[in-house]
Design a protein around this ligand. Sequence first.
Ligand code: XMP
Length: 514
Amino acid sequence: MNVISHEKILILDFGSQYTQLIARRIREAHVYCEIHPFNIGMQAIRNFKPDGIILSGGPSYVTEPDAPMIDRAVFDLGVPVLGICYGMQLMVHLLGGEVGRAHSREYGYAKLSAKADCSLFAGLSEEQDVWMSHGDRIEKAPEGFTPMASTDNAPVAGIQHAAKQIFGIQFHPEVAHTPNGPAMLENFLFSVCKLTADWTMRSFIESSIESIRKRVGDANVICGLSGGVDSSVTAMLIHSAIGDQLTCIFVYNGLLRQNEASAVMSNYADHFNIKIIKVDAANLFLSKLKGITDPQQKRKIIGPAFVDVFIAETKKIKNVKFLAQGTLYPDVIESVSHKGPSAVIKTHHNLELGELLHLDLIEPLRELFKDEVRALGEELGLAKELVWRHPFPGPGLAIRILGEVTEDRLSILRKADAIILDELKKNGWYDKVWQAFGVLLPVKSVGVMGDERTYENVLAIRAVESRDAMTADWAKLPYDIIAKISSRIISETRGINRVVYDVTSKPPGTIEWE
Ligand code: XMP
């Protein structure tokens, strides 16, 4: 479902690891776009009413029997098309050109010699650094197409059909290694497709509000608010549309960081007047976690306990027809693209709640990437520090206390964790790292304080840099910040006498310790 009536680009996915990056670059140019599997069919393509079509790269060879194909009618829609890498080879193959296997697979930087009279390269110098990743190459362009660029390894690295406005490029303009890639994509969007860059967060808010109002009517909507960015922005947006018809449920599980629960209430209930029911279920969660030390077991207790509490609370509210959730576009792509070739399948835990409650889902962020959600949050008036918070796992501090989770250990970890965050913020490091937190270890060590021998807990500081949490590097925090954190934790937190710094990357480690 697409609520947007803006100009839009359709990206057909042939399974490239970079397909999402194409969408990112286009959205950054303020043009709306969606990724769909290559095999959605001509009718769906026509219904989408694209202003331009991009065929992504992919791992296949067009000359192989099972290579993903499209109907060549795509090229007769009267809509500009840009084929990237596999997308270009497919175009050449379908339109009667020749694609052959390159002598060697080309991977990495290449010097492109580009003709400025091709609209894609307008305004750029003739020589361009580009990023290549391909096995096949174009031997002969189809009739009506002119070669517009070349590299040493790929004599036909760019083609155009000027009359039909169809273009193909062998390299990847969407990756950071092609420095002028954004300019080439913008040439496609603005000079070729004649778009106007009308995709802004303000226009998104307006059209979302309208469609939420229309869909909800006079029914009520519930939303689980965790204090994280996605659920907060979801709640804010729906609240802007339907005010008090939205009730948020904040399940307090007792596993949050210092002052977090009170911040949720003061931010959203007091400041933004959102109707929030806070359910204090801390005792329930802690009693269920008593004696549990296995990390997966902890998760298996916390997830279902949340669902039980949430469902019980929802049943008390009248005329509820919808459950709002902060699903983002990457999750949507992952769950639809298994129909296409990029077979990343992710189980959708979120669907479960809607099904259990027999409620329809409202997912107003399902077309947005994370950084767009942040921009939307700021546009809706959320404070910067909320919008730019580090990710925090659903099971909370329970997976940062190794061994049994007790009230006592939670209290020790909260204080130490608050000191870590405080020092990073004061020293300008909070925004430079992806996540930073304390981990309370299930070991004690000997120390000496004053003249006394101590035998207390060990705390690990974990700080990582990452783009997406899939891989991460331990952050090279300056020694003086680590020293300050260590001495403050030991002097201000009773129960810790030793602080260590985690210097493990992911892989082989994970970001969390459990
Ligand atoms: P790992 O530890 O697997 O973490 O490297 C990757 C990212 O996921 C977060 N994480 C979780 N988030 N429930 C969540 O909602 C979980 O059970 C969970 N485990 C890890 C982690 O904080 C990091 O951002």
